[in-house]
Write a protein that binds this ligand. Structure first.
Ligand SMILES: [Zn+2]
Ligand SMILES: [Zn+2]
Length: 279
């Protein structure tokens, strides 16, 4: 078996206890052939094969990656895609790998977005929470958004030391951090969480952001939603003092969230017509 070009260990990973529980469940469920194959050895493949032929553990690649190069042999590992008709001038690059892990083999997977994010966070580790917040807005994960804003110790920000730790209350800070709530994505066209929620089609997330980061008239909000928010300690009083209205922030193409909603149409047409996103 090949070994990792960075740490020279075999390209496997030891699974933790929760994974062996899953195997036991599978055995109970009668999936005996696979269970038999893995019984007694709680390991899974952990192998990223780059274009140059070098192999890495996933984590070793993330830690060693430098811009567009194989961390071992230094080869350019990017692939140029044919320019798309919509943006013919922008060269589109990919980093295609063969990824083998617990989930099986994923051939020709483009991991450039993940590597770009990782490289960025290595340079700006203080933005980890804000970037997670933005990702949750994009995915519509309301619970995770609330966790990040409340500095929930369950949210793993890889330890900047300011986490709540044991005994933190669920009430969160007196006001939410502006650098998270009004974060604009330097890797994503300068979009805010509100842009992300609109692009992802998440109305509840958009409402929460309007509640916490805008002057939008609360009379436009469903009373039930306001009650729910109040019950978990979220309200306009948590808005960072003197901060900009999130509806006024523009992406790098000069579009406000309302512009994006208008262009998206569909579920957002009603909001645009009612002026909820306008200032
Ligand atoms: Zn390794
Ligand atoms: Zn290489």
């Amino acid at each position: 078996m090949d070994s990792c070009a960075a740490c020279h260990k075999p390209l496997i990973v030891e699974l933790d206890d929760s994974d062996s529980d899953i195997e036991m469940d599978m055995e109970d469920g009668g999936v005996s052939s696979r269970s038999a194959a893995v019984s007694g050895r709680n390991t899974a493949p952990d192998d990223v094969e780059l274009k140059c032929g070098c192999h890495f553990h996933w984590q070793c690649l993330l830690e060693g990656y430098m811009m567009n190069e194989c961390p071992s042999c230094g080869a350019d590992i990017t692939t140029n895609m044919t320019p798309s008709p919509t943006s013919p001038t922008t060269p589109q690059q990919q980093i295609l790998v063969h990824l083998r892990n617990e989930g099986g083999l994923q051939p020709n997977l483009d991991i450039l977005p993940i590597l770009t994010e990782e490289l960025y966070l290595r340079t700006y580790p203080e933005e980890r929470r804000a970037r997670a917040f933005l990702e949750f807005c994009r995915e519509g994960d309301l619970g995770a958004i609330i966790g990040v804003l409340n500095d929930d110790p369950d949210f793993d920000d890889e330890g900047d030391g300011s986490g709540g730790g044991p005994g933190a209350t669920g009430a969160g800070p007196a006001e939410y951090p502006r650098d998270i709530l009004l974060y604009r994505d330097p890797l994503g066209n300068g979009q805010t969480g509100l842009h992300a929620a609109i692009a992802g089609g998440h109305r509840e997330v958009a409402m929460l952001l309007l509640l916490l980061a805008s002057d939008a008239d609360l009379a436009q909000f469903p009373a039930a939603l306001l009650d729910e928010a109040r019950a978990i300690g979220m309200g306009r009083d948590k808005r960072p003092a003197g901060s900009a209205d999130i509806r006024t922030l523009r992406d790098e193409e000069g579009r406000t969230a309302e512009d994006l909603a208008r262009a998206t149409g569909g579920m957002w047409t009603d909001w645009v017509e009612r002026g909820i996103l306008g200032v």
